[in-house]
Design a protein around this ligand. Structure first.
Ligand code: ADP
Ligand code: MG
Length: 774
């Protein structure tokens, strides 16, 4: 890093060297800089060369508009982010202000800059505060997320938004917009520009924690199954270690011989593993997983009769998210809820691939510790540590480790009482909603007033977290409740020693522990943090090297327990990292296919018109495949083929057809196809026919692609359950995905031929086309 560091130092100096000159400008002169920069860019000057002056201009604008002048350290972070790297900037150091610099610079190109953060509340909050700075400098800023509870924007509104110089949005929203746009039928429904620059706030949360689950758009429902409650009723009778085995850390569960026998009896079948019982078998497996790998209040909650997932990392509600592949329904079965429809996945993308589509990606986060390698490998981004403006004087105390959860909870409560006497504000953090409710109850039992934050709205949480720094305040919160919002410690609370962070269990990795500690000691404030952990913590139950039943057979020293817990934490992080890698690897195959399909669609929507030759070539291919598949061996089968693909009427000379001469059959069918097209052109006129043809192409692609995406989603679970080595899993996935894709392309062509020939078209009352697809 040495060289880069020296270069960046020099860059900071150059930015500062313009400070006086910028200060001396009138508002109008400063605003005119944008025009000047753009002109210089147009004349071929590089963004990098423009950086010092552009940063100095925004710095001055920020001072004039919001009264905040970015410090040198913030300029350094802004340089790092422009270079396509991640600035590790401690909480409270002012990342939101810093972001304006690289966003302005990269938006000067006219190709757009997008900031994404973890929730809509933060996107709107920052846009509101810093929008005026961009406006002052003559750039247009748009917010990419609708107000909480409001419906999504229309395509027209999105065109407005994405045409803006700078867009503030969330990672989800940009991902879904990308997927949705590629379901568009005409160029009027498209709204994205080619992805240019993205700046990711809370980069570790988005690039690592959230990246384990792909974004999925669901479409038409699969045929509904009534097996879920039944399978659950069966599984409820089974005992672990007798009828089934469950390996918690691998997340693998399966029936034993006894279990299979029990299933055969319960369902009155001769052999559950017989292919004819595929669906039954699948439902039993799902029910087993629902009962073993998922726990109420830890993984999900039931609210108003519906199942809501909880993020395992943050304890936050994942409203609207559903588990794929029938698991969601299996848990509904277990909870005796109404079974919701199981939808097909229509389009899906991982964050990894979404962000790699941008020409450049920068990020900022308070905590990237321990994940630098993974970030570099996955995204090609370096993590650059930015020194704090004021030294951090927070005291991070060593963990307190004990053997049992009960003992730990008692110690936590004693510590709360002890701190409470001093008046210092307390933030008690828990890893799950369940545990936050438990600690809240303990506090109530002791008559201690407090705020409980676990699953409220983002805006409400932000408000409560802000209050959390008053003297005597006690806040119980799940991990990132209110993340992104400053806990402002009041002066009297500062004098008492500042905020006290209490962690109540060992967390999945050091990074999230760092996030929690970082809530205290912002901007040189005093504060302290202390974690309590036990060998009965979820993390140890799952990743520890000692079985829970053997746990208390002997006493262990705190040092030993600490080492055991650290090792469990490492195992957990390695597994999470492996899961992210697998998810990315899976998506590589999908991404290639997605790119091809989206390019096909784009070609139809915006490219050269499809020619008669193109269509004839497609038909020739389809007929060649049919011939190779022996589809026309008898007059009856030719007749069937014609009705299914080419025409509702047999040609007059059909009885002269000689099926012994396949070449001859093929020529006759090919002529039929050409005639069908000519008839349509005569009927509709060239122009209307061309529109009809476009619709047919798009529909054929979409129908096949939806099936393909759904298949690929299911294929993931299928190959994972195959229990082969990890590299093999990926290989098998890629191979089968490839064959399925080749099959899909053929299917698209078959559908094009069929829909072109067999669809009925009428003009609607309003002059539009009414197409009845075959
Ligand atoms: P982070 O996202 O890094 O945790 P924020 O962006 O929320 O931090 O900023 C924390 C606080 O510091 C905000 O109130 C912000 O306005 C303030 N701040 C940041 N930079 C400056 C600056 N250069 N001058 C004055 N205040 C600043
Ligand atoms: Mg922030």
């Amino acid at each position: 890093m040495g060289d880069g560091e020296a270069r960046n130092r020099r860059l900071i100096e150059r930015v500062s060297s313009y400070e006086k000159a910028m200060r001396a400008l009138s508002d109008a002169q400063l605003q005119d800089k944008t025009r000047e920069f753009r002109e210089r860019l147009a004349q071929g000057e590089e963004l990098d060369r423009l950086l010092p002056e552009a940063y100095a201009a925004v710095r001055e604008a920020a001072l004039r508009v919001v009264g905040k002048f970015p410090y040198d350290n913030q300029v350094l972070a802004a340089i790092v982010m422009h270079q396509g790297n991640i600035a590790a900037m401690k909480t409270g150091e002012g990342k939101s202000l810093t972001a304006t610099l690289p966003l302005y610079l990269n938006a000067l190109t006219g190709r757009g800059a997008i900031l994404v953060t973890v929730n809509g509340y933060l996107a709107r909050r920052d846009a509101e505060e810093f929008g005026p700075v961009f406006e002052f400098m003559g750039l247009r800023l748009a917010v990419g997320v609708p107000e909480a509870g409001a419906p999504d924007f229309s395509a027209r509104e999105k065109q407005e938004i994405y045409a803006a110089d700078v867009v503030y949005s969330t990672s989800d929203k940009v991902g879904f917009d990308y997927l949705l746009e590629n379901l568009a039928g005409t160029s009027e429904d498209k709204y994205l520009r080619p992805f240019n620059y993205v700046l990711i706030d809370e980069a570790d949360a988005i690039l690592l924690d959230l990246a384990q689950m792909p974004l999925v758009i669901s479409g038409s429902p699969r045929v509904q199954s009534n097996l879920y409650p039944l399978a659950d009723a069966f599984v409820a009778t089974l005992r672990q270690g007798v009828e089934y085995e469950y390996d918690e850390s691998a997340g693998v569960v399966h029936l034993t011989e006894d279990g299979i026998a029990a299933a055969n009896r319960f369902f009155h079948v001769d052999n559950l593993y017989d292919p004819q019982y595929f669906q039954l078998n699948r439902h039993v497996n799902l029910a087993l997983r629902a009962r073993t790998s998922f726990q109420p209040m830890r993984d999900y909650m039931v609210m108003g009769g519906t199942l809501v997932l909880l993020s395992s990392v943050t304890g936050r509600l994942l409203e609207g998210n559903k588990l794929q592949g029938g698991l969601h329904q299996a848990i509904e079965g277990r909870e005796s809820l109404e079974i919701t429809t199981e939808n097909r996945a229509m389009a899906s993308v991982t964050y990894q691939n979404l962000f790699l589509m941008f020409d450049k990606m920068g990020g900022m986060t308070g905590t990237a510790k321990g994940s630098e390698k993974e970030l570099l490998k996955t995204y090609g981004t370096k993590v650059v540590e930015i020194p704090t403006y004021r030294p951090v004087i927070r005291v991070d105390e060593p963990d307190v480790v004990v053997a049992t959860a009960a003992e730990k909870e008692r110690l936590v409560m004693d510590y709360v009482e002890e701190v409470r006497k001093t008046g210092r504000p307390i933030l008690l953090t828990t890893a799950s909603v369940q545990s936050s409710v438990k600690f809240s109850q303990y506090l109530l039992d002791r008559g201690i007033e407090h705020n409980l934050l676990n699953a409220l709205s983002e805006a409400k949480e932000a408000e409560m977290v802000r209050e959390g720094g008053r003297k005597g305040a006690i806040t119980v919160a799940t991990l990132i409740a209110g993340r992104g919002t400053d806990i402002k410690v009041t002066p009297d609370a500062k004098d008492l020693g500042g905020l006290v962070i209490i962690g109540t269990e060992k967390l999945p990795n050091q990074r999230v522990e760092g996030q929690v500690r970082g809530r205290a000691g912002r901007q040189g404030d005093p504060g302290s943090s202390r974690f309590y952990a036990s060998l009965e913590d979820d993390l140890f139950v799952k990743w520890g090297s000692i079985k829970q039943e053997d746990l208390h057979k002997r006493r262990r020293s705190p040092g030993t327990m600490r080492r055991l817990l650290d090792r469990a934490q490492r195992a957990s992080e390695e597994s999470a990292s492996g899961a992210r890698k697998l998810s990315k690897d899976f998506d590589i195959a999908m991404a290639r296919q997605r790119d091809l399909v989206y390019a096909m669609r784009d070609q139809i929507i915006t490219g050269e018109p499809i020619t008669r030759d193109d269509v004839e070539t497609i038909a020739a291919g389809v007929l060649a495949d049919a011939a190779a598949a022996h589809a026309w061996e008898t007059p009856g089968s030719v007749m069937r083929y014609i009705f299914d693909n080419l025409s509702y009427h047999l040609p007059d000379d059909f009885d002269t057809l000689d099926t012994a001469n396949q070449h001859h059959v093929r020529e006759r069918l090919s002529a039929m196809f050409s005639r069908a097209i000519e008839e349509k052109v005569d009927l509709l006129g060239e122009e209307v026919y061309a529109r009809f043809q476009n619709i047919v192409f798009l529909k054929s692609i979409d129908v096949a692609w939806v099936e393909q995406v759904d298949f690929l989603e299911q294929l993931k679970t299928v190959v994972k359950d195959r229990n082969v080595a990890q590299h093999k899993v990926e290989y098998e996935y890629r191979r089968e995905a490839y064959f399925a894709f080749e099959e899909m392309k053929k299917r698209i062509n078959r559908d094009i031929v069929r829909l072109l020939c067999l669809s009925r078209i009428e003009r609607g009352a309003d002059g539009g086309l009414v197409i009845q697809f075959a």
